[in-house]
Design a protein around this ligand. Structure first.
Ligand SMILES: [Zn+2]
Length: 92
């Protein structure tokens, strides 16, 4: 996994990073979850579409919730506004 310390300032940077990282999103701790991220996020396991379930949201971001992949039935948690897109076996 690539360790990126600077937050992505725009979508293009993020897309470049995702391309570079071949879809395995090492983005934990980097990106705050926003609704418009749903356009570009996909399941890191199967590249399937994700369904956003919001538990808590403020005016800026989704604070708590899950991203669910219907294709491989995997859940990706969002905690403190940060989506954890790591495949389950790579989570701590
Ligand atoms: Zn999937």
């Amino acid at each position: 996994m690539i360790n990126v310390n600077t937050p992505f300032s725009n979508k293009n940077d993020l897309i470049r990073y995702l391309d570079y990282n071949k879809g395995v999103l090492g983005i934990k701790g980097v990106i705050k979850m926003k609704r418009d991220l749903m356009d570009i996020l996909c399941c890191p396991m199967c590249k399937g579409d994700l369904v956003l379930e919001v538990t808590e949201e403020n005016e800026k971001e989704i604070v708590k919730g899950t991203l669910f992949c219907g294709k491989c039935t995997e859940y990706y948690p969002i905690d403190d506004g940060i989506p954890n897109m790591l495949p389950p076996e790579l989570r701590e």
